[in-house]
Design a protein around this ligand. Structure first.
Ligand code: RTP
Length: 138
């Protein structure tokens, strides 16, 4: 029995300002619910500039950094905690590639977006980052 039990992980999913402004909150939540994952936390949040700069500090030397910060602080975001077996890589698959033109049809970005700079949603890239982001934002 113990050997067949799978570890339940958690991840942080954030609907970016374009997703909220375009009325895609219900659509995105539905996709995670229909997959079978469990929503365990949810908050509407206006990200301050300093926090956006901290969140994306690894990208601070990139030429698109100022426009990324402007984008992510341009309106409210929806911060969510989700849990399920294998959720971290599975959520990244449901979201699709960073560049929506390369994202497969059937993924959130593949179906609903065209620009990397307006790619609708963020998902943690590791269980450690998921735990940390949930702790910091929810
Ligand atoms: P995220 O952190 O938002 O889930 O995205 P990701 O892992 O798929 O991609 P990452 O490389 O971490 O980039 C973070 C976000 O920065 C914006 N970006 N813009 N204009 C550009 O070339 C460019 N490259 C990245 C995107 O909003 C991306 O999601």
């Amino acid at each position: 029995l113990v050997a067949s039990m799978k570890q339940v992980d958690e991840t942080y999913i954030m609907i970016k300002p374009d997703g909220v402004q375009r009325g895609l909150v219900g659509e995105i939540i539905s996709r995670f619910e229909r997959k079978g994952f469990k929503l365990t936390g949810l908050k509407l949040f206006q990200c301050p500039k300093e926090l956006a700069e901290e969140h994306y500090k690894d990208l601070s030397s990139k030429p698109f950094f100022p426009s990324l910060i402007e984008y992510i602080t341009s309106g409210p975001v929806v911060c969510m905690a989700w849990e399920g077996v294998g959720i971290v890589p599975s959520a990244r698959k449901l979201i699709g590639a960073t560049n929506p033109l390369q994202a497969e049809p059937g993924t959130i970005r593949g179906d609903l977006a065209v620009q990397t700079g307006r790619n609708v949603v963020h998902g943690s890239d590791s269980p450690e980052n998921g735990k940390r982001e949930i702790g910091e934002r929810l």
